[in-house]
Design a protein around this ligand. Structure first.
Ligand code: ADP
Length: 297
């Protein structure tokens, strides 16, 4: 089921203009919402999740007018916020049972089966009698997915889920989301480019409350092909390059600086062509070097 966000705007009472006319089409599968801190990702996620109001604009999911008919949206929604509190001492299985009751799973046997199945799905069945408050960050996030999946939602929203996870936990967590995305639309909000490039079939980049680019990650990378150039420069030369070239990104390599630059033609003899990746797309978009989304994207 597609979600259509149209012209969504939000200004907080302190005057922060967090969303400025956001329009997006979010299809089934995994959708990555990428942007720097403060871009407006959480504001957008919370508005889609009916946790806060917009000033103007609309959100539709199928025949549901999300901003007007919040209950209908909530019945179809699973939400994993950035951080969620847990009752100290309560085991994974009891906490999930409690949440299941709140979500209306009143028939005991069916509830038990659902809870066990979800704990298996997120690889927490062995740890089900342990206190959630004693879980590692990765286990907590997986528990978060299990609670978000109660009630078979058709949309699951996950806000910055991999921050603070170690690499193995991150992979395990993302694999679970990927599996869930066979059955539901998943909106993954993140500032980590790799989360999107590894998993998402569609994405948008948001900055200063506006969508600056959207489409399929691979298609966006192809748009940049032939326009990314790389070179190695001494550290002290960096300021000069930053002044005279469109520097996309830099990283240290054995005491020198590997530099990616943007250009429709080679920026100089010392540069060689580089294969574009989603990080290049992200940084070029943020710097305004890529055209805004068009009807063709
Ligand atoms: P992101 O999730 O991309 O980091 P947010 O949606 O959290 O972005 O924030 C967008 C902007 O709105 C930021 O400038 C942030 O400080 C501001 N903001 C977020 N929530 C509130 C709030 N409740 N009241 C006032 N300003 C807020």
């Amino acid at each position: 089921m597609n979600i259509e966000v149209r012209d969504l705007s939000k200004t907080y009472p302190n005057g922060t203009h967090a969303l400025r006319g956001v329009s997006l089409d979010i299809p089934m599968g995994m959708f990555g919402l990428l942007g720097p801190n403060g871009a407006g990702k959480s504001s957008l996620m919370r508005t889609i999740a009916t946790l806060q109001e917009a000033d103007s604009g609309s959100i539709r999911m199928g025949d549901v007018d999300v901003l007007r008919d919040k209950e209908a949206m909530r019945a179809r929604l699973g939400y994993l916020p950035q951080a969620f509190g847990v009752y100290p001492g309560l085991s994974a299985v009891s906490l999930l049972e409690h949440i299941a009751i709140l979500k209306g799973l009143t028939e005991r046997r069916q509830r038990r089966e659902t809870v066990d199945h979800l704990l298996q799905q997120v690889n927490l069945f062995e740890a089900r009698h342990k206190a959630v408050s004693s879980f590692s960050g990765g286990m907590r996030q997986r528990f978060g997915v299990a609670q978000a999946l109660l009630g078979q939602p058709s949309v699951v929203i996950v806000d910055e889920p991999t921050a603070g996870l170690d690499p193995a936990e991150r992979v395990r967590f993302l694999n679970i989301l990927s599996e869930v995305s066979q059955r539901a639309a998943i909106i993954l909000s993140t500032h980590i480019v790799e989360d999107v490039s590894e998993l998402c079939s569609q994405m948008a980049i948001i900055a200063s409350g506006q969508v600056i680019l959207s489409g399929e990650p691979q298609a966006l990378i192809e748009r940049l092909e032939g326009q990314v150039w790389q070179t190695l420069v001494p550290r002290e030369a960096l300021p000069r390059y930053e002044e005279s070239h469109r520097v996309i990104s830099t990283r240290f390599v054995a005491g020198r600086i590997a530099l990616n630059a943007f250009g429709t033609q080679s920026p100089g003899d010392e540069f060689s062509p580089a294969a574009a990746d989603l990080k290049d797309v992200y940084f070029c978009a943020l710097k305004g070097w890529l055209p805004a989304p068009s009807a063709a994207d």
